[in-house]
Design a protein around this ligand. Structure first.
Ligand code: NAP
Length: 254
């Protein structure tokens, strides 16, 4: 059943953290949201988190469907987008948010940790863009927003794999923007600084304190600080912005 008045929004990694706030920022009667999540460690907890995102979106007057889909699996991603297109006939917005860290100093970093981070953070975004862009080009409309990171620009000791994946996201964003602009598809990246989520919660207290001291606005960011900029980039008001990296970091990078 298709309803052409509604926008279809796809968010990767929407079960918690920034991804959940992104889903909420799109919640409303005119939007259908599809998000995915994937945790091989505790599937029951992740399913509960995804159910909570669905509930929060419904409470805000919207609809969201969360599916366990690994962005590192080409087959699962193909099936996921096929379902979205079969059910809605279009993809208006894609937010590539799913990401992980596997930190360690370069000389001790395991090749498997390098590969896992690149496969989810960078190649996962490539897989999703490749499929969504085809639908967007046909529609002559689309908005793609990729989650980079401040460290993809500055570098960060202990995060060679993560930093390389986020620097790669920036290059991917700029190239996709150039390739898709003629079809009215914009592609931008957000570079968050230090945002309060599970990803940063696990950092040691001294590291958190040191990061806070580098933020001119004097506070860590909240997932909503990122989500509101993404909602803007997906809106008609941002139709003349493409290929940009928007830093949302409280001035951590100036
Ligand atoms: P988070 O709280 O750890 O949440 C990550 C989300 O990604 C979860 O929904 C997770 O699903 C999903 N995910 C992980 N691996 C996946 C996979 N293979 N397939 C599908 N989904 C997967 O992270 P966050 O802090 O919200 O970060 C969101 C994005 O912002 C990431 O790209 C991150 O690199 C970027 N970022 C964050 C910060 C920060 O300070 N937090 C700063 C800069 C950039 P499960 O719940 O099932 O695991």
């Amino acid at each position: 059943m298709q309803d052409d008045d509604k926008r279809t929004v796809v968010v990767t990694g929407g079960s918690r953290g920034i991804g959940r706030a992104i889903c909420l920022s799109f919640a409303g009667p005119d939007t259908r949201i599809y998000f995915n999540y994937f945790s091989p460690v505790d599937p029951d907890a992740e399913k509960a988190a995804a159910d909570e995102t669905e509930k929060l979106v419904a409470d805000a007057g919207g609809s969201a469907k969360g599916l366990s889909v690994n962005v590192a699996s080409q087959e699962e991603i193909i099936d996921f987008f096929k379902k979205v297109i079969d059910e809605t006939g279009r993809i208006d917005v894609l937010v590539n948010n799913a990401g992980i860290t596997k930190d360690g100093f370069l000389v001790r970093m395991k090749e498997s940790d390098w590969d896992a981070v690149m496969d989810i953070n960078l190649k996962g975004a490539f897989r999703c863009i490749k499929i969504a862009a085809r639908a967007m080009m046909k529609q002559r409309f689309g908005r793609i927003i990729n989650l980079a990171s401040i460290v993809g620009v500055t570098g960060n000791a202990g995060q060679a794999n993560y930093v390389a994946s986020k620097a790669g996201i920036i290059g991917l964003t700029k190239t996709a923007a150039k390739e898709l602009a003629s079809r009215n598809v914009t592609v931008n990246a957000i570079a968050p600084g230090f945002i309060e989520t599970d990803m940063t919660e696990s950092l040691p207290d001294d590291v958190k304190k040191a990061m806070l001291s580098q933020i001119p606005l004097g506070r860590a960011g909240k997932p909503e600080d990122i989500a509101s900029v993404i909602a803007f980039l997906a809106s008609e008001k941002a139709s003349y912005i493409t290929g940009q990296v928007i830093h949302v970091s409280g001035g951590m990078y100036i």
